[in-house]
Design a protein around this ligand. Structure first.
Ligand SMILES: *Cc1c(COP(=O)(O)O)cnc(C)c1O
Length: 377
């Protein structure tokens, strides 16, 4: 098998038999000739040539048998969860979930008769103690948002397997460049491809990768929920994935440098980045990740998160993550606003916490912008 960067560029690419172009052609049709063959091609059936090209590339990058592409990360996540959970079933989720996922559980599970438990931590032992007789799914997310906690993927996968529980991981923050959970024993990997996979802050997509037999079941539910992706966006996603290794490696380097810069800054209280030796999950992260990613968070001193963000000139306060440009957010005022002060305290999210999604700019320019905004005089 070719090495990772080669697979980014080449795997899944369609052959252009008509004109011998080097890129996959874009098939925009929603109607394909059909007389008496067994299968029909139709975009909602997740089987168009462009869907298959991207799915094959993602399966290859995730070291998985098979993959499917969806219209958003939440379309991928909801389809996976509703494939394996029904009335009377139970699922265990780790603490520190992506906000959209926790909103989904909160709003949808009860009325479908599905029970769930949010574990008190990311530790394998704490996750295990939440498992019951009717538990079907164990769901983790590492590094987590916005505190960058690390879950031991292999320990969780081994424990769940011994108990006959399917494991799902949201691998969005790490991206397949830094972490390939299927090779550590996880059954199903989900992504918001809107983030690092798309990588240019201009498309919405999701993906699922894993074992063939599980993907076949997810596929059947996917047909019913209808969250398939259009050919144009599939093409953009294929194009983006060809450069994901170059983008994410540069982002890893920039984030590591900024983490060290922030740690030694007198106006910064706390830096959360798994690449720092002082991070409580550093050893596990070093074992299961090949790079520490582009997400980090820190607490500013002597000013609140809003005042700090207003002073930034290059780094833009923005939603989402994983693009080429460095952006920041104040979780207490955005993603975790709905928790209220008490809820945020329980989660360890202060008013002064700033989350960065580091981009590919020159790191000296990023440092200069953070420096001027940190100074309170
Ligand atoms: C953005 C995000 C999602 C949801 O993806 P959408 O593409 O917005 O539907 C899920 N998980 C994580 C970690 C995310 O950052």
């Amino acid at each position: 098998m070719n090495r990772f960067p080669t697979r980014c560029v080449h795997s899944g690419t369609m052959k252009d038999h008509v004109k011998k172009g080097i890129n996959s052609p874009i098939y925009t049709s929603t109607s394909f000739e059909f007389i008496d063959q067994e299968d029909t091609i139709y975009p909602r059936y997740l089987n168009t040539p462009n869907e298959k090209a991207v799915a094959e590339k993602i399966a290859s990058l995730e070291d998985a048998e098979s993959a499917l592409v969806f219209s958003s990360g939440m379309a991928a996540i909801s389809t996976v969860l509703f494939t394996f959970l029904g009335k009377g079933d139970h699922a265990v989720f780790q603490k520190g979930l992506y906000g959209g996922t926790s909103h989904f559980l909160d709003r949808e599970f009860e009325r479908f008769g599905i029970e769930y438990t949010i574990a008190p931590s990311q530790q394998a032992g704490d996750l295990e103690s939440c498992i019951r007789e009717n538990t079907k799914i164990l769901y983790i997310e590492t590094p987590s948002n916005p505190l960058l906690s690390i879950t031991d993927i292999q320990a969780v996968a081994t424990m769940a397997q011994s108990l006959g529980v399917l494991t799902v991981i949201d691998n969005t923050f790490a991206s397949p460049v830094n972490q390939q959970p299927a090779s550590l024993g996880i059954d199903i990997v989900v992504h918001s491809a809107t983030k690092y996979m798309g990588g240019h802050s201009d498309l919405l997509a999701g993906a699922v990768a894993g074992k063939d037999e599980l993907l076949k079941e997810i596929y059947q539910t996917g047909l019913n929920f209808g969250g398939s992706l259009n050919a144009m966006t599939l093409y953009l996603l294929e194009r983006s994935l060809k450069t994901i290794h170059v983008r994410v490696e540069r982002i890893n380097d920039n984030a590591m440098e900024l983490a060290h810069f922030l740690v030694s800054h007198p106006k910064v209280l706390q830096v959360n980045y798994p690449g720092l030796p002082a991070h409580p999950g550093h050893e596990i992260a070093a074992r299961q990740m090949t790079g520490f990613g582009g997400m980090l968070s820190f607490e500013v001193k002597d000013q609140d998160g809003i005042a700090f963000q207003k002073k930034l000139k290059l780094v833009k306060p923005s939603m989402s993550l994983g693009g080429l440009e460095t952006i920041c957010s104040s979780p207490a005022h955005t993603s975790h606003r709905h928790l209220g002060p008490e809820g945020r305290k329980a989660e360890g999210i202060s008013e002064e916490l700033i989350r960065l999604s580091v981009g590919i700019e020159d790191v000296e320019d990023l440092k200069a912008d953070l420096e001027q905004a940190l100074s309170t005089t």
